[in-house]
Design a protein around this ligand. Structure first.
Ligand code: GAL
Length: 794
């Protein structure tokens, strides 16, 4: 039976390499002990030279190969090492990997000494290498380095499953067919292959076939099967085993979802039903440690995208991402467009081009059993046409998987389409012009927008209110537009989270502030363009803090409420201003259009000042003109057209109810209703009390096959739970127990908040604490419970 051992703990690491290290018992220079996932160097949050992660390093580990493993097959599994790695066993070079984003497996059975210690050395070259995608020209993201994904040792019997591809046929009929294409080792010939489909612990069907060939094709008919979709991501366990009467040689279990995903010229269809894909791109980049984060953190990103942002789709720009992330997408029902490594540039060398093809192969081979994946992007993101290269990429994709569409992300119209879907980055919208290009001008075929926004409107979490609002409105307009046209299968915006980048991009500090959330996974307003479309949580996010001093000329120009409420009542202090409804006229295709608050005086002149409706309308009209241009800029002609004293009256009312530099600040209260039931209240305006809030995403840490890690968000809030965006208090973190802070333990808030991650430092169960201190608030303490899981898998 197959066994898996974690090799993620206690590697010796050196930020250099020497051939001397290949000799027996050699010590590495500046050696330290590290755990995987590991980044070759921790980088600062921003303002650093990206070259600091570009060097050659060494990872070394002694592994005991048990005597009982003799006669078995021993596989070393690397989930991802940036970017070129040479593997040595007991000083002998056995393998070179030239991609930092794909998984690789090496059969080391004939290289190890049984019953003895064996030395594994990984020489990791993290420099940009012109023979390896994505390198060769500039790149808009930091590429980091090191053994940043998990490492395992798999022990297999000679009789074992090498690979299995599962897919369904007749998926939409009552009787569905599960097809299993399994490749087994030649020693398995004559044994039986048994496929069991289980719903939780219950076996639904068991199918046995004698193994006559290394390639096995099984078709199994099933009834009463639930489909996998974005609302109910139903997964079945499909276990494949090699057995004979007496012995179980191997068993591998896959999580499988029955679903049909089809791109047509008129949109995307999941299980025969039209589904507009609404998504965001994701980089696997975290502050300080770059790509190196364990499973729970990868999975949390998928959860944020699906649950908090209410997306149904993500693109793994611009490379295959952690298996853990993809698994979470399967479990959560988040559709995935997966992409090979690359960024605009196609290398000229044969090596580079060969690697591109290999990357297509490796990506698909790893992930083709994932229900969430609906498309393979087989072209280099935004590269020019290259028929020779891309004809082959498509052929490779189809040879491995005929069930999924291919795409290849372009930024040019009418380029040569060798894929099934014309996937296009549409950056046309500048806030004034057309929101999305006309799909039929771009292609007659299936069409998907794979990027928008990004560099068209970079926005920081600490930008001023007007900018944060414009950022959010633009996202909202594009989603609305996507729904208008059936031909657009969906839109996937740039990008979910801010990310570290090269000097040639971003805001000069090595960050692209393109996210709807920041790099710490903290909210920006634009998150609510998406979150407000969800039915799950009650959302009511007001774009303004209602502080007139934030605006030029003290004129709060636009106020939006991003909400899924049916209507919102706004109160000025205790006085009801008016009931506001979603702006269906402007955002006519959205399920939950935002509310545009264009009249903040509402009924106050009638209710409080006892004007008639007609008088109130007249005064308000003047108030709005004063608001638009300032009283001093109203034309003489306009002023003289008004009845005597009206202008003064209107100006007084304007000062009283809208804005008066010298007046008292006021509270505004927003009450959101669904089905006439109050579901959410938000209070904005003047505040008096300030609180430091700290919250962990979870209080449970599980040290298992790797260390575990959890995010803690710290923010400064007022008495109404509003984050105080311009707060930059300095925070100091201390820990107790077997955990430590990732990155610096002392930092300033950014945009009123900041998150940090802690990670477990041992495989012992126990309690741990995090202490959060600042100069002016009481200490916050967060408790964690650490549990451990056995790190051997059978
Ligand atoms: C695209 C590119 C992305 C990112 C984006 C910024 O052209 O594909 O990686 O650079 O622009 O808007």
């Amino acid at each position: 039976m197959r066994e898996r051992y974690s090799l993620n703990f206690d590697w010796k690491y050196a930020d250099n390499f020497s051939k001397e290290y290949l000799k027996d018992n050699a010590k590495l220079k500046n050696e330290k002990t590290v755990n995987i996932p590991h980044t070759n160097i921790e980088v600062p949050y921003n303002n650093y030279n990206e070259n600091i992660s570009q060097f050659v390093s060494t990872y070394k580990k002694n592994i005991k190969i048990d005597k009982s493993f003799l006669g078995k097959v021993i596989i070393l599994v690397f989930e991802g090492v940036g970017h070129k790695s040479d593997i040595y066993i007991n000083g002998r070079h056995i393998y070179t990997q030239k991609c930092g984003y794909t998984c690789f497996e090496i059969d080391i059975s004939s290289h190890v000494n049984y019953g003895k210690n064996n030395t594994v050395i990984v020489k990791t070259d993290s420099r940009e290498n012109t023979d390896i995608p994505p390198f060769g020209y500039v790149i808009d993201y930091q590429t980091y380095g090191g053994i940043y994904r998990e490492v395992y040792l798999d022990i297999l019997e000679k009789e074992h499953i090498k690979d299995a591809f599962l897919y369904s046929k007749n998926t939409l009929s009552n009787i569905k067919t599960l097809v299993c294409e399994a490749i087994v080792s030649k020693e398995s010939l004559g044994k039986d292959i048994i496929v069991k489909i289980c719903d939780k612990k219950n076996v639904i069907i068991e199918y046995i076939q004698n193994i006559k060939d290394e390639k096995n094709h099984l078709e199994i008919e099933l009834s009463n099967i639930k489909l996998w979709d974005t609302d109910n991501p139903k997964l079945y366990d499909v276990s494949i085993s090699i057995e004979d009467n007496k012995t179980l040689f191997d068993r591998k279990t896959y999580r499988f979802g029955f679903r049909e995903a089809v791109f047509r010229d008129d949109g995307f269809f999941l299980n025969g039903k039209r589904l507009k894909l609404i998504g965001l791109n994701r980089h696997q980049i975290y502050p300080y440690v770059g790509y190196a984060m364990p499973s729970s953190v990868q999975k949390e990103d998928a959860r944020i995208l699906k649950d908090d942002l209410a997306l149904n789709c993500v693109r793994t720009s611009h490379y295959p991402q952690s298996r853990n992330f993809i698994e979470a997408c399967d479990e959560l029902g988040l559709l995935v467009i997966e992409e090979i490594p690359g960024w605009q540039h196609i290398g000229k060398s044969k090596n580079w081009r060969d690697m591109h093809q290999k990357n297509v192969y490796d990506m698909i081979l790893r992930d083709r059993n994932s229900a969430s994946i609906i498309m393979w992007c087989v072209r280099i993101d935004e590269s020019v046409d290259d028929d020779e290269l891309y004809k082959k990429s498509n052929e490779i994709a189809k040879s491995l998987d005929k069930t999924r569409a291919t795409g290849g992300v372009r930024c040019i119209e009418n380029s040569r389409l060798l894929e099934d879907v014309y996937t296009f980055n549409d950056f046309i919208y500048n806030g004034k012009n057309m929101v999305l290009r006309k799909a039929e001008n771009i292609t007659k075929n299936a069409y998907l927008v794979t990027e928008y926004m990004g560099h068209m409107y970079p926005t920081k979490s600490f930008d001023d209110e007007q900018k944060r609002l414009e950022h959010t409105v633009r996202h909202t307009k594009i989603i609305n537009e996507a729904y208008r046209e059936n031909k657009i299968a969906g839109v996937i915006g740039w990008i979910s989270f801010d990310y570290n980048t090269h000097k040639d991009f971003g805001s000069g500090d090595r960050i692209c502030y393109h996210g709807v959330m920041d790099i710490f996974r903290c909210d920006k307003l634009a998150k609510y363009a998406y979150a407000s479309q969800s039915e799950k949580n009650d959302v009511l996010e007001v774009s303004s803090s209602f502080n007139i001093g934030e605006y030029p000329g003290i004129r709060i120009d636009k106020i939006y409420i991003f909400t899924n409420c049916d209507y919102v009542d706004i109160y000025r202090g205790t006085d009801l201003v008016k009931r506001y409804y979603p702006s269906k006229e402007i955002f006519n295709f959205l399920q939950h259009p935002p509310i545009i608050v264009d009249d903040i005086i509402g009924n106050l002149l009638i209710d409080k000042e006892k004007f008639t409706k007609e008088e109130s309308d007249k005064i308000k009209d003047i108030c709005f003109k004063i608001h638009d241009s300032g009283i001093e800029n109203l034309s003489e002609e306009y002023k003289t057209s008004l009845e005597k004293d009206t202008l003064k009256l209107a100006n007084d009312m304007y000062g009283k109810y809208v804005a008066n530099w010298g007046g008292k600040g006021i509270k505004y209260i927003f009450k959101g209703y669904k089905n006439n039931k109050l579901v959410k209240t938000v209070v904005k305006g003047v505040n008096e009390h300030f609180y430091l809030i700290a919250k962990a995403d979870t209080n449970k840490l599980i040290a298992a096959d790797t260390y575990d890690s959890v995010r803690i968000e710290v923010s400064l809030q007022d008495e109404n739970k509003n984050t105080l965006i311009y707060a930059n208090d300095v925070i100091d973190i201390k820990t107790k127990g077997d955990i430590e802070v990732i990155g610096p333990s002392s930092f300033a808030l950014i945009g009123g908040r900041r998150a940090f991650w802690v990670k477990t430092t041992s495989r012992k169960k126990g309690k741990a604490k995090v202490f959060i201190n600042s100069e002016r608030f009481d200490e916050k303490v967060i408790d964690f419970n650490i549990t451990c899981k056995n790190i051997l898998y059978k």
